[in-house]
Design a protein around this ligand. Structure first.
Ligand code: NAD
Length: 326
């Protein structure tokens, strides 16, 4: 594990750095001694997510919409031009991207183009945050990187899924056309501190409801599965990908699969809540199963998740409890 005396990168630009994953990436990179420019338009992110970094001499916050060209030539603390661009800007929860359909498509297309141009201009390594949603409602299980997916191009989720798939195509073309050093990670569901209780994703929704002793709203019959990774594991995988020369795509996720009903029951138990479960309508095109094949990441990045659901959920519940109290 690198530390501040041997940083892997001099200056990282993190688009979407004030979001859930982006803010954890900024924090970890700074702790490793990398200067960080966080670029965010706050459409779903929050300044509070990076408030603990404000004032750090190697941290700069650049409020900007990446669908317009942007640059970070000097870097905080005269770090110099970026040698790493992590492109994480994008609405990510279904509630957000259904509310922001055009912005989601433009961030995945124009935003990815502008982030790639930044990396090319400075000769930086570029990593695209893609998603397991690129597999759509999968007909192969678990999903390996060679599976092309099953996406409805005109369904309600398509604004996100197809934006990410276009982003992957653009990133791949960029490497071929311009020789830019690019990598693609396909992230599976990740949870942890700094998620928003009302962002619509299962873990923060269930935790918020459990802590308020409200019924946990499980969609459908609750037998659909997800594979949930704790944020520290996902961040470690992303940074291993950044430090490699792999193009990917590479799956980063935790293969431990759980049904939504079991997840709800586990959160009720861990929170010591008196909540019941209430079944509600399942959204259109909601995938039935989701589980990463992580053979590639294990072999090429020597990465695998190490935080199990009980531990990760306990940490998350603790954060939500403290946060609500604050
Ligand atoms: P998030 O909504 O918390 O963070 C996204 C950030 O991007 C926010 O701070 C938002 O304000 C910013 N943003 C969006 N559009 C922008 C634009 N045009 N210009 C500048 N900033 C913009 O979501 P997250 O869960 O942290 O996801 C981060 C990235 O990881 C996304 O690209 C998402 O697709 C990907 N991802 C996340 C998960 C997960 O489980 N969290 C899974 C797969 C992929």
């Amino acid at each position: 594990m690198p530390d501040a005396s041997t940083p892997r990168f001099r200056h990282a630009v993190v688009t979407g750095g004030a979001g859930f994953l982006g803010s954890h990436l900024c924090t970890t990179l700074l702790a490793e001694g990398t200067a960080v420019t966080c670029v965010d338009d706050f459409c779903t992110g929050q300044a509070g997510n990076v408030a603990h970094l404000t004032g750090h001499p190697a941290f700069a916050l650049l409020p900007a919409d990446v669908t317009e060209p942007f640059d970070a030539p000097g870097g905080p603390g005269a770090a110099g031009p970026p040698d790493l661009v992590l492109h994480f800007a994008s609405p990510a929860s279904p509630a957000d991207y259904l509310r922001l359909p055009m912005h989601t498509l433009e961030t995945g297309s124009l935003g990815t183009r502008n982030a790639l141009a930044l990396a090319r201009r400075h000769g930086a390594r570029f990593v695209l945050a893609s998603t397991s949603e690129a597999y759509g409602d999968p007909q192969q299980h678990p999903q390996s990187e060679t599976y092309w997916g099953n996406v409805n191009p005109v369904g309600p989720r398509s604004v996100y899924d197809e934006a990410k798939r276009f982003g992957e195509a653009l990133t791949t073309a960029e490497a071929g056309a311009h020789g830019t050093d690019t990598g693609i990670v396909r992230l599976f569901n990740t949870y942890g501190p700094r998620m928003r209780g009302h962002d619509g994703r299962a873990v923060p929704t269930f935790v918020r409801q459990a802590l308020a002793d409200e019924p946990l709203t499980v969609t459908g019959d609750g037998r659909q599965t997800r594979s949930l990774a704790y944020v520290d594991d996902t961040v470690r995988g992303i940074l291993a990908m950044a430090a490699s020369d792999l193009r990917g795509p590479v799956n980063i996720g935790n293969p431990a699969e759980i049904t939504m009903l079991d997840l709800a029951r586990k959160i009720i138990a861990l929170a010591g809540s008196g909540s019941a479960v209430r079944f509600v309508e399942r959204p259109t095109d909601d995938p039935a199963v989701r589980c990463p094949d992580i053979t590639l990441a294990c072999g090429k990045l020597q990465w695998e998740p190490c935080v199990d659901a009980d531990e990760g959920l306990a940490r998350t519940i603790h954060w939500f409890r403290e946060h609500a109290a604050a």
